[in-house]
Write a protein that binds this ligand. Structure first.
Ligand SMILES: NC(=O)c1ccc[n+]([C@@H]2O[C@H](COP(=O)([O-])OP(=O)(O)OC[C@H]3O[C@@H](n4cnc5c(N)ncnc54)[C@H](OP(=O)(O)O)[C@@H]3O)[C@@H](O)[C@H]2O)c1
Length: 330
């Protein structure tokens, strides 16, 4: 496994991590049994040391299950656990309260706490950032990062983060969603913030899944578009055949070679070694170009600016929280 430092001086994480929305998240059908322990065990065996979850995944369920798995496997400082506080936590006190609850569920101090989406447009952004800084300064989290922050908001965060700087921004990025390449990626590179890529397999569409099986896929227009995109699927197949590997590995390696850290989600232990091997693959420049060309439309198809989850900035925090309470999270 190869590793990369997050941000300017953050922790060293494996070039590919694992996402745990699938563990207990409402949008994914979660199999019964000990599969999370098996997935985490195999990941550690393969030297994957970076695990991502969030307070909204199954309303804390995902954090609880990941925490239990780490405890059962007696894993402590050898992994980097990232979680996220919802954007409805818009000021210091609420953020600190949220992080304390996350740490209780994880049964450890979260390594990287991320702001899942920006606070409402009419709330002062710096108040939320102050909460994250405070959490790091008080030892409630080792580092903090952002998630779903478009370029203009990242710039504003950097203006208000006077005491502790963020180390990363977790955004949607894949061969089927290349919007971050327009503004975000160049800015993050300039500011030395790491780009963590969520839905790196477009919810499985880039890994050979041909029809939606889970609610998360059914409701996702990027998944639905990518499964039907014959040009992109052909290019993935051709490159995979040339390198004697799978579409999933190609889609993840493409992201790694673009400088991102993908965090694919899986409920199947037998996929973990495959996911880990994406960190070792080198795709030649001409094959990268073939993938770039086949996915060119996605640089602008979903918009030039990063807009994912930005509609939440126009929903009052109390309504955001109430809907999550009623649905028991995402
Ligand atoms: N910050 C945010 O707003 C945000 C939003 C969404 C997700 N995330 C994070 O990103 C993580 C991953 O994103 P995601 O779950 O949306 O999508 P994803 O990782 O792109 O895709 C997950 C899907 O791919 C399938 N899969 C995984 N590896 C495979 C392989 N080798 N071959 C075939 N299929 C494979 C999985 O099925 P099986 O389970 O059957 O393997 C699952 O259906 C989440 O767990 C979460 O931590 C963050």
């Amino acid at each position: 496994m190869r590793f990369r430092t997050l941000g300017k001086g953050g922790p060293k994480v494996s070039l590919v991590g694992l996402g745990f929305w699938e563990a207990g998240g409402r949008a994914w059908k979660s199999p019964k049994g000990n599969w999370i322990i098996e997935v985490v065990k195999k990941a550690i065996e393969m030297e994957i040391n970076f695990f991502d979850t969030a307070e909204i995944y199954g309303f804390g369920n995902s954090e609880r299950l990941l925490g239990e798995a780490l405890k059962r496997l007696n894993v402590k400082d050898d992994v980097i656990v990232a979680s996220k506080v919802g954007g409805f936590r818009f000021y210091e006190g609420l953020i600190i309260k949220g992080i304390k609850a996350i740490n209780r569920r994880l049964a450890r101090t979260v390594d990287l706490i991320q702001a899942h989406w920006p606070p409402p447009a009419w709330m002062p952004l710096c108040k939320a950032i102050r909460g994250l800084e405070e959490a790091v300064l008080n030892g409630l989290a080792h580092y903090y990062g952002l998630s779903n922050y478009p370029a203009d908001l990242v710039e504003r965060v950097l203006e208000c983060s006077k005491r502790v700087e963020p180390i990363s921004n977790q955004v949607q990025y894949s061969l089927a969603y290349r919007t971050p390449e327009n503004e975000l990626k160049p800015l993050l590179k300039k500011q030395e913030l790491s780009l963590i890529a969520w839905s790196p397999l477009a919810k499985g569409a880039l890994a050979g899944i041909l029809s939606p099986k889970d609610p998360a896929q059914r409701s996702d227009r990027i998944f639905m578009t990518a499964v039907k995109d014959r040009k992109l699927q052909e290019a993935l197949k051709t490159v995979a055949e040339k390198l004697n590997t799978s579409k999933a590995i190609i889609a993840l390696s493409w992201l790694i070679q673009k400088g991102a850290i993908p965090i694919p989600g899986t409920r199947k232990v037998n996929r973990v070694a495959e996911i880990a091997s994406a960190a070792d693959l080198e795709i030649s420049d001409d094959l990268i170009k073939m993938l770039d060309d086949a996915s060119k439309q996605y640089v602008t198809r979903w918009g030039r600016k990063y807009k994912v989850l930005q509609w939440l900035r126009y929903v009052p925090c109390s309504i955001q929280y109430l809907s999550l309470l009623i649905t028991r999270g995402a």
